[in-house]
Design a protein around this ligand. Structure first.
Ligand code: NAP
Length: 261
């Protein structure tokens, strides 16, 4: 009855849009989805990074890039207008684009707060709203939102806007799962721990001893290492594939055991 179970993890004939797909976790998710057979569209603001990502991804399958700022409604509309010209369906949306400002709340400006919430919360809202137009018509689809372990905890307390925005994404995902499940649409959220990427490079660069800083962070993790983008990409593949066909509204923490402490 089960047949070949590896088929559950394949994404053949599926079309995926990954925001922030030019770097870090988004780039790894794009590569894994392509290897699983999907057609992939990626978006981010910087076109040069988009071209570099395409060069890396093209050997793995059909992929295209469109430059857009997910925090701007008109830009998201342009992105989806273009997407409708490329594809008649959208099976998977990964809301992954993000930035992280490390700052004490007392020093944070209104603009900084708005920028953080603009990318994470408004960007997730705007892209999801557009993607639902495809998915409701198809009565199928998967939305995967990338939050953070900081969306569940305060962390050091020095990422106030980021942590709060990531928390909002967790609740938003549950709203989606609850509201659109009857239309065949699943929504889940991933909460990764620390994975060295461009997002958090400044944490090491600003440390007096970057090697010691890394060791100090690693020590906090029961598995005694930081994450790698592929760790998140494989979890994303599971949640976006038929292997997770009865999984919706789930909050998957992928943090080397950190939150078990
Ligand atoms: N790395 C970690 O430790 C970690 C842990 C938990 C969660 N996360 C989350 O994982 C996601 C990816 O992070 P990452 O570590 O892979 O960071 P990254 O390497 O800096 O990649 C971020 C991506 O988002 C894009 N982006 C940023 N602002 C955007 C905007 N306004 N519109 C469209 N694209 C935008 C960036 O490209 P442009 O700058 O060219 O736009 C880039 O492609 C983020 O949501 C982050 O919060 C990361």
């Amino acid at each position: 009855m089960m047949g070949d179970i590896s088929q559950y993890f394949r994404l053949d004939q599926r079309v995926a849009l990954i925001t922030g797909g030019t770097s870090g976790l988004g780039l790894a998710i794009a590569e894994v989805f392509l290897q699983a057979g999907a057609t992939v569209f990626i978006t981010a603001r910087r076109a040069d990074r988009g071209q570099a990502a395409l060069e890396r991804l093209r050997p793995h399958g059909p992929v295209q890039f469109f430059p857009a700022d997910v925090s701007q409604r008109w830009d998201v509309e342009r992105l989806f207008d273009w997407l409708r010209g490329q594809t008649h369906r959208l099976d998977i949306l990964v809301n992954n684009a993000g930035i992280m400002q490390t700052k004490d709340l007392t020093e944070m400006t209104e603009d900084e707060w708005d920028r953080e919430w603009g990318v994470h919360v408004k960007g997730t809202f705007l892209c999801t709203q557009q993607a639902l137009r495809f998915m409701l018509g198809q009565t199928s689809g998967v939305i995967l939102n990338i939050s953070s372990y900081l969306g569940l905890r305060g962390g050091s307390g020095f990422t106030p806007a980021y942590s709060a925005a990531k928390g909002a994404i967790v609740t938003f995902t549950k709203v989606l799962a609850s509201r659109y499940g009857p239309y065949g649409i699943r929504a889940n959220v991933l909460c990764p721990g620390f994975i060295p990427t461009d997002l958090n490079r400044h944490i090491f660069e600003e440390a007096p001893d970057p090697v010691a800083k890394r060791r100090e962070i690693e020590e906090r993790y029961p598995l005694r290492r930081l994450g790698e983008p592929i760790d998140v990409a494989l979890a994303a593949l599971y949640l976006c594939s038929d292997a997770a066909r009865w999984v919706s509204g789930a909050v998957l923490v992928i943090d080397g055991g950190l939150s078990a402490r």
